[in-house]
Design a protein around this ligand. Structure first.
Ligand code: HEC
Length: 175
């Protein structure tokens, strides 16, 4: 009787393992490796070559997205958007929509954002020291392709909007 029980446990365990493996394989396959067009990414990102384009081309109106592994390159990008009142206002509006849940309404970080209490406390973006350390390009890259744990917003926001947000963040720097 004991052996039958152990045998059943093994069978159930093996079935669960196989099922889990199937989910992982299908997840990888369906979610990350299918041919797809990603704005600003190069054609070689589609291994099947279904959408092959001459190397290095970008869609009209698009912009080449620098992956986060090359943050140092992205950090050197100059900010093409003047920090006018209009730009800061757009940045502020987008910030309230996309960033405030984690970074708090004033960018003070910690757990001032509703989501941050359940996620990872965020840094104080108004901190003068941090503001000095980071270039506009660095923060723009953070918004577009994400951070260590911060999600990427390149699909929700245009690169232009990301620059507006950077201009807004500069406007709330502590003196
Ligand atoms: C899901 C929560 C979440 C959202 C939403 C979010 N962030 Fe973050 N952000 C984080 C966390 C956590 C960190 C710190 C850890 C890290 O670097 O990934 C961070 C770090 C940052 C940093 C600091 C980077 C540095 O200099 O080290 C900036 C700037 C930033 N976020 C801007 C934004 C902006 C702008 C938005 C909106 C477009 C946004 N974040 C949306 C969680 C979030």
């Amino acid at each position: 009787m004991k052996y039958v029980f152990i045998l059943m446990l093994l069978v159930v365990g093996a079935a669960a393992g196989a099922w889990g493996a199937a989910i992982v394989v299908r997840w990888n396959d369906n979610m990350t490796q299918t041919a797809r067009i990603v704005p600003g990414e190069r054609a070689w990102s589609t291994p099947s070559g279904v959408f092959s384009m001459p190397p290095g081309v970008v869609p009209r109106g698009g912009e080449l997205i620098i992956p986060k592994e090359q943050r140092d390159v992205a950090a050197k990008q100059p900010n093409p958007v003047k920090a006018s009142e209009g730009s800061v206002a757009i940045g502020k509006e987008r910030y309230a929509t996309f960033c405030a849940p984690c970074h708090g309404p004033e960018g003070k970080g910690g757990t001032s954002g509703l989501v941050a209490t359940k996620f990872i406390p965020t840094p104080d973006l108004t901190n003068a020291e941090l503001q000095k350390q980071r270039t506009d390009g660095y923060w723009h890259s953070y918004i577009v392709v994400g951070g260590a744990v911060m999600p990427a917003y390149g699909e929700a926001l245009s690169t232009q909007e990301a620059w507006h947000i950077v201009n807004f963040l500069r406007s709330i720097a502590q003196k």
